[in-house]
Every structure is written in C-alpha cells, then in structure tokens.
Design a protein around this ligand. Structure first.
Ligand code: F0G
Length: 356
C-alpha cells in the first residue's frame, strides 16, 4: 500500500525537517515491469525493466519533484507557484498547488502540448497562459517573473525538484536489490537525468548499492541540443514533452553522461513512434511518445552493436524510464492506428470482424 509518498518514504535523503508541511498525493512507488518481450525482440542477454512513471498521481514523473518543491514553497510561506511547461510539469504543479491551498500559474507553448495535460492544468484551476513561443521562451519569461514577484518557480531549476525526483533511483535499487548496469532515459530540459544520477550516487555513498549505472540519455532528433552541442532555436518533434532547444540542466546532463561513462544520443520521431507502438502492442504498457524515447534509445543502441563486447555470462540489467502515461496524449495514439470499423448492428457483422 502506498499511503506515504516519496517524502515520507525517503526523508532521510531529502532536505526536510519536522517543520516542513508534507504536500503529497502519495506519488512514487511506481511499477518496475520486466519486459521479457523486449528482451526477446532485442536478442540481448539482459533483463530489461520499465519503470512506469505514468502511474504517478498526475500521470508523470514530475510528481516526485513537485511534492517536495511545493512542500518547500509552502514552508517558505509562498502563496503561488509558477512554471513553464510542455505539459506534464503544469499538470503536476497545478494539482499539488491545490493540495497546498496555493495558486498556480503555468505558461505553455500554444498548440504544442498534449490535450490531456492541458485538461489537467485547467481542471485543477491553474491560470494557464499560452504563448506564441516555445518552451525555452516560456521558461525565460517565467524565470524573470518569479525573480521579481513572490511566486515560487517550480521548474526543475528549482533544486527541490531534482531532490524529489532522485527518489526514482532509490526505488529502482530497492526493488532490484542493486543498481542496474544501464539506465535509459528521455532527455528534455535535462532535470530528470540529473536527478537520477544524483540519486544513484547518493545511494552508493550511503552503502545501499555497490555499482553505478551508465546513464544513457536520448533526445528527439529535431530537438537534440546536447547531442549536437548547439542550441536549437526551433526544436521540432512529435514528442512534444521533450520539444526543448536549450535545456536548463544541460551541463549537469553532460556531467551525468561523462561521470557514468554513458552517452547522450538522439532518436528520430519514427523510432520514437515505433517504440511507442511496440510498448503498447507487444509489452502492454501505454506510455506517452516522449517516454518511448528511452526504449527507442535502447533499440538503437543494441542495433549499433554497442553491447556486443559487453555481454558477459551474467545478464546485463537494464532499466528504461517511461516518464509519462499514454492517456495524456490520446490524439497521438489514435493517429498511429486505424479507426474502428462501423457496421450494422447484428451478430453476423460482428462475428465477421472477429474473424469467425
Ligand atoms: N518525458 C516526459 C513525459 C516529460 O514530460 C519530460 C519533460 C521529459 C520526459 C524530459 O524530462 O525535462 O527532466 O529532461 N517535461 C517537462 C514539462 C519539460 O514541462 O512537463 P527532463
């Protein structure tokens, strides 16, 4: 039973005191699903696990960081929170603001956030401001405003967000009993890769694990500033959650890559959609397109021969983070499949379509 949330569960590793009001929706404790189907498809001597963060209260990993960011904002006496968002941060911020009795303001790129995420922010009562600019422009404006006004910034440049999100690593290690060898993760604003790497390092220092995983980050090919070492003024990808051209935690993502001996690479929209469909049709897990970038990255990495010399007698342990739920973006799912056929309402017609 998850009646605690990540702050209660991991408070010894988090910057909280008895005075911190714990604003929670019982986030965390998400499933680590073994994907045998993927292992077979990849023909890899490995155990592949999917950390399904879509099972968090607002349907994405953001809740891990938001519980702490909003709790600390409340402790500091703030009355409102604000974020720029490609959708999930705004859904999470607005829900946790409700729990805290605070106002929420969210700035989103017009026309480029999934419908479910927009619905969430609106129904939670956030003031939603759509701008004719992308996420990077929104974040710049939000930084300026929160610098000048008594409103707490809850994007991942808020260090409490990273602190909360590092609990994802703790859960993986607690569930497996050890750290994985490889950690595949989508990269957008680069807060999550930063948080996971911090979590693993802290768990090692605490003596909970012996090894550290290699951090394998994946950006969308049309929005891959870290891979190409340049800002993307006009990032483009169907994975709108990671449509980011100038990530705030750029340097920290590079540090995670370099310290762990991992890599940050790109995957095309076609590769993302292919993995998104494989996860749904072959594994039974429905994540949002951006989340599938981790699995697309794994498939690409296997195909490139990267693991050829690394498959020892013992099976590699690989974890892919699925950052958000597929129901966030139903439009994309519907576009990827053929629509159901409508027939006259009789048994024969139905049986025919059933193939009997
Ligand atoms: N996956 C999903 C579903 C996301 O929503 C995000 C980021 C990422 C991956 C990338 O994580 O930014 O920590 O590297 N979404 C942010 C938002 C930007 O506003 O919801 P990151």
């Amino acid at each position: 039973m998850n009646i605690k949330g990540v702050i209660e569960r991991y408070k010894e590793y988090l910057p909280v005191t008895e005075k911190t009001p714990i604003i929670t929706l019982c986030e965390g404790n998400t499933p680590l699903v073994r994907a045998v189907e993927l292992e077979k498809m990849l023909n890899l001597n490995a155990e592949v696990y999917l950390k399904f963060e879509g099972q968090n209260p607002t349907g994405s990993f953001k809740d891990r960081g938001m519980t702490l960011a909003v709790s600390k904002a409340k402790e500091e006496g703030m009355q409102a929170v604000m974020c720029a968002s490609t959708g999930n941060t705004s859904a999470s911020a607005s829900a946790y603001a409700v729990r805290a009795g605070m106002k929420s303001f969210v700035v989103i790129p017009e026309g480029n956030i999934a419908l479910g995420k927009l619905a969430q922010a609106l129904i939670h009562g956030a003031t939603v401001i759509a701008i004719n600019g992308n996420f990077d422009v929104a974040l710049k404006l939000v930084r300026e405003i929160t610098d000048e006004y008594p409103v707490a910034l809850v994007n991942s440049i808020n260090p409490y967000r990273i602190e909360g999100q590092k609990t994802g690593s703790f859960e993986i290690c607690d569930d497996l009993g050890f750290a994985p060898d490889y950690h595949f993760i989508p990269v957008g604003n680069a807060g999550n890769i930063t948080a996971y790497w911090k979590g693993y390092k802290e768990y090692k220092e605490a003596g909970k694990i012996n090894n550290l995983p290699k951090m394998m980050g994946f950006q969308a090919a049309g929005a891959c500033p870290i891979v190409e070492g340049r800002v993307f003024e006009h990032p483009e990808t169907i994975a709108t959650a990671i449509r980011i051209g100038n990530p705030a935690s750029w340097k920290m993502a590079e540090a995670a890559r370099d310290e762990s001996g991992g890599l940050i690479d790109k995957v095309t929209d076609d590769e993302i959609i292919e993995s998104y469909k494989i996860l749904a049709k072959n594994v039974g897990v429905f994540c949002e397109p951006a989340s599938a970038a981790s699995v697309a990255g794994l498939i690409k990495t296997v195909k490139s021969g990267y693991f050829n010399d690394k498959q020892a007698d013992i099976k590699l342990k690989i974890v892919c983070i699925l950052t958000g739920h597929g129901l966030k973006d139903p439009d994309r799912a519907i576009k990827c499949v053929s629509s159901p056929e409508t027939v006259e309402a009789n048994k024969e017609n139905i049986l025919k379509l059933m193939g009997y």
